[in-house]
Design a protein around this ligand. Sequence first.
Ligand SMILES: Nc1ncnc2c1ncn2[C@@H]1O[C@H](COP(=O)(O)OP(=O)(O)O)[C@@H](O)[C@H]1O
Ligand SMILES: [Mg+2]
Length: 220
Amino acid sequence: MEDPLLSLRGIYKRIDGEEILKGIDLDVYRGDFLSVVGMSGSGKSSLLYIMGLLDRPSEGRVLFEGREIDFGNEDELSKIRSRKLGFIFQFHYLLPELSALENVMVPMFKLGVSKEEASHRAAELLESMGLKGKERRKPYQLSGGEQQRVAVARALANDPAVILADEPTGNLDSKNTEVVMEIFLELNRQGRTIVMVTHEEHLARRTSRILEMKDGRIVV
Ligand SMILES: Nc1ncnc2c1ncn2[C@@H]1O[C@H](COP(=O)(O)OP(=O)(O)O)[C@@H](O)[C@H]1O
Ligand SMILES: [Mg+2]
């Protein structure tokens, strides 16, 4: 079998004496669509943040593309985050003063992509999200579902190896939840690796693998 894209080995996370993650071992392979389910407070977000190199474990190792991550090397962390990882959160965190197009361009600027190229790619991504004609709108001029689709386009800006999504539909009505879920399924069909935290069982059932967390541990 091919090497995992992302591996966690013996991950513990402790905050203020509380043990939030208690020995997590996990391999994510290219092309996986993994959902992480479990009750509120079970450690799903904490796990996703460590997978996304946004937080460091108290103990244990994270390997990305076979290389162990050095959590002391902020330069390396930020390089991997911006080149290889795409994040989507429950709240879109779009920049309110920028247009949809500009919001999608921002991550590309971090990698030194020219303005012309960034603008062209951002327009293509927005079109693929069904947002053609709305490129110039500011986030407040878009519906909640549209805002989240801009956030998905932004996460795809640098063609990441993996999409990490924390309750991406948590703030959407059922119609928009379905639209975003269909986009995720299509991205996965195209080969994109996705890890999605959700508390909606019916969404988890449509992914290729379900991981259930309970009290800081993986139970299935
Ligand atoms: N920054 C933090 N400081 C203190 N406690 C935290 C912090 N982040 C998470 N926790 C605690 O860790 C546990 C797991 O949280 P979290 O990973 O957010 O769970 P989930 O996403 O499954 O709801 C909870 O008990 C939460 O209160
Ligand atoms: Mg959470």
